[in-house]
Design a binder for this molecule. Structure first.
Ligand SMILES: Nc1ncnc2c1ncn2[C@@H]1O[C@H](COP(=O)(O)OP(=O)(O)OP(=O)(O)O)[C@@H](O)[C@H]1O
Length: 246
């Protein structure tokens, strides 16, 4: 069964087509690496899926509902959006404690205080920062802040986790921690992860399947091993071999 499907998705800016995806499907519990050159439309794709940007056309089948992405009212989309979480490249921290930063989405959802405390501590443990709950978010390093941003997403126990270059600003020890968390989710959780990354080897390490987005289109997708070992299109062959394509 393919629980998440996108159909007839188009995004344009003026007369420029930014995304054109006739159909894409994502299995429950799998990790998908989305790679492609700068400007290919990777972030736009994640934003549209998270209802942060309206496309010109497109529908999404998610969590048993098919929704028209062009006509989502705020309340109609909210129900589905609450089953997703998005982690951006640069973590946004609110000027309060680590605990409150992680608890944010739970507070919006009206989760009772004791349950909130339990879930927040569990998420902090997952990212290895349980001792930081009382710290001011402003005192966190960049790597710690990104781990807190990930905890803020995980605490919601989303069905779909959207990661946009989650490690691009981090040093190797923090990259390793984030990768270990993704690996653990992949092994233990039914969460589906779509991860945009410009680190090809990271996509290779972490993903079950990979998609190659090029000039707004999914040019190729395959199981990760085949994707890297026997790319079919010339564009993906060039991209994997490190040639400059754009
Ligand atoms: N609101 C917008 N208006 C006009 N053009 C836009 C808008 N948002 C994105 N674009 C353009 O759409 C294209 C795709 O952008 P997007 O950020 O999705 O690419 P990307 O593959 O994530 O790139 P990168 O790897 O550099 O982050 C780019 O050419 C970008 O300039």
């Amino acid at each position: 069964m393919k629980p998440i499907e996108v159909e007839h998705l188009t995004v344009a800016a003026g007369d420029r087509m930014l995304l054109s995806i006739p159909h894409a499907a994502f299995d429950e519990g799998a990790v998908y690496g989305i790679v492609g050159p700068s400007g290919a439309g990777k972030s736009t794709f994640l934003r549209v899926l998270n209802f942060l940007e309206k496309p010109q056309s497109g529908s999404l089948f998610f969590s048993g509902h098919r929704v028209d992405l062009t006509s989502l009212s705020h309340s109609g989309g909210l129900h589905l959006q609450r089953q997703m979480a998005f982690v951006a490249q640069k973590p946004v921290m609110f000027q309060t404690t680590v605990f409150e930063n992680v608890a944010l989405g739970l507070s919006y959802r009206g989760v009772p205080r004791s349950e909130k405390a339990r879930l927040v501590m569990e998420a902090l443990r997952l990212v290895g920062l349980e001792a930081a709950e009382g710290r001011k978010a402003a005192s966190l390093s960049g790597g710690e802040a990104q781990r807190i941003a990930l905890a803020r997403a995980l605490v919601l126990q989303p069905k779909l986790l959207l990661l946009d270059e989650p490690t691009s600003n981090l040093d190797p020890p923090n990259v390793l921690i984030i990768e270990q968390i993704i690996t653990r989710i992949r092994r233990e959780s039914p969460m589906t992860i779509l991860m945009v990354t410009h680190h090809l080897q990271q996509a290779r390490r972490l993903s079950d399947r990979c998609l190659f987005l090029y000039q707004g289109r999914i040019v190729e997708q395959n199981d990760t091993q085949a994707f890297f070992e026997s790319p079919q299109s010339e564009a993906l062959q060039d991209f994997i071999s490190g040639k400059m394509i754009y």
